[in-house]
Design a protein around this ligand. Structure first.
Ligand SMILES: NC(=O)c1ccc[n+]([C@@H]2O[C@H](COP(=O)([O-])OP(=O)(O)OC[C@H]3O[C@@H](n4cnc5c(N)ncnc54)[C@H](OP(=O)(O)O)[C@@H]3O)[C@@H](O)[C@H]2O)c1
Length: 300
């Protein structure tokens, strides 16, 4: 039985990943921020800001799956919230690294989340993992996060970085954000609607995290996006169709989004046509290849 420590396990991806890992007979524990009552899986607490961490997992973990970080779409990007988005990822990775380097442990593998945001807001068609990190805010967060993760290799730990696309899931994230207004007949694409969205069904993402943990041949960075990215207009139409609501409105203009969301609008308006070739070549077979079937699955 594999023993897996998940950081940020209480989040959208972490909860589903935990379910799937347990169905596959792994033993999962979470390390997270302290809560009045610890959820069932959260055996360990940490305080990333102050650098404190419980260490009972050190001798009891084969693989760390590191998902923790302040949500990039949870709040408008004030300077202080941008600092939290950045530091929650960088400091938590450093805290894990320092804890492992200062103690005896059983950890063999780190699987660390990152995002396709590393490629910037407008990247070429079929961008693959060799495309350089860009310099906008989210790209810098991802790049610095990955640089901290790679340092675990020097501790003899295999490192796999998963550059996550837009996650389609029942419980929240993109689908919830778009389908809420669409339910009121307010489904509309953003900007010119032509920007490409590289999406992934949450179960495929969890499958990729599991494969990364189990496959000794995987090392370095992999895009986690389905093989068929679509335009923002196509994905919004597919959501309206799945919830039987009209797609009638004109697109929401980019300037309105920028007024409402500030710098965060750049993330929504990003044009990201990302390649899944490397993860497919590594042996992962997608269950959800087309956006309509993925959306129908998460909405129904
Ligand atoms: N969902 C997507 O579409 C998407 C796309 C690209 C990349 N990603 C990346 O994949 C990872 C998982 O995504 P997700 O959607 O599951 O995220 P999520 O729902 O926002 O969950 C992230 C978890 O991180 C922990 N966290 C939040 N703020 C923190 C802080 N200030 N310091 C330390 N920990 C903090 C929380 O766990 P505790 O409360 O248990 O500590 C939270 O449940 C994230 O790093 C995200 O950036 C997600």
């Amino acid at each position: 039985m594999k023993k897996i420590l998940v950081t940020g396990g209480s989040g959208l991806v972490g909860k589903q990943l935990t379910r799937i890992l347990e169905e596959n007979k792994s033993e999962v524990s979470w390390i997270g921020r302290s809560k009045k009552e610890r959820p069932h899986h959260q055996k360990y607490n940490w305080d990333v800001e102050n650098g404190s961490i419980e260490t009972g997992w050190l001798q009891n973990t084969d693989t760390i799956i590191h998902l923790a970080g302040a949500g990039v779409a949870d709040h408008k990007w004030s300077d202080s919230y941008k600092k939290e988005i950045y530091e929650s990822r960088i400091k938590s990775t450093k805290l894990l690294h320092d804890t492992l380097s200062n103690n005896n442990h059983s950890v063999k593998t780190l699987v660390c989340a990152s995002a396709i945001g590393i490629y910037g807001n407008n990247c070429p068609k079929s961008t693959d993992e060799t495309f350089p990190a860009q310099s906008n805010f989210l790209a810098k967060v991802c790049d610095d996060w990955e640089k901290e993760a790679i340092k675990f290799e020097l501790l003899g730990i295999r490192v796999v970085i998963i550059r996550v696309g837009i996650v389609l899931a029942k419980e929240g994230g993109f689908i919830k954000a778009i389908s809420a207004p669409a339910k009121w007949g307010l489904g509309a694409a953003f900007g010119n609607g032509k920007m490409i969205t590289s999406w992934i069904h949450i179960n495929d993402l969890c499958g990729i995290f599991m494969k990364a943990g189990n496959d000794p041949n995987m090392r370095g960075s992999y895009n986690a996006v389905a093989p068929n990215p679509v335009s923002n207009k196509q994905i919004t139409k597919a959501i309206c169709h799945a919830i039987h609501r009209p797609y009638l409105l004109p697109n929401i203009p980019a300037f309105l989004l920028k007024l409402a969301l500030g710098e965060m609008a750049s993330m929504i308006l990003a044009n990201q046509n990302i390649s899944s070739k490397k993860i497919v070549k590594a042996g992962y077979t997608f269950v959800f290849n087309h956006v309509e079937e993925a959306i129908t699955d998460v909405i129904i």
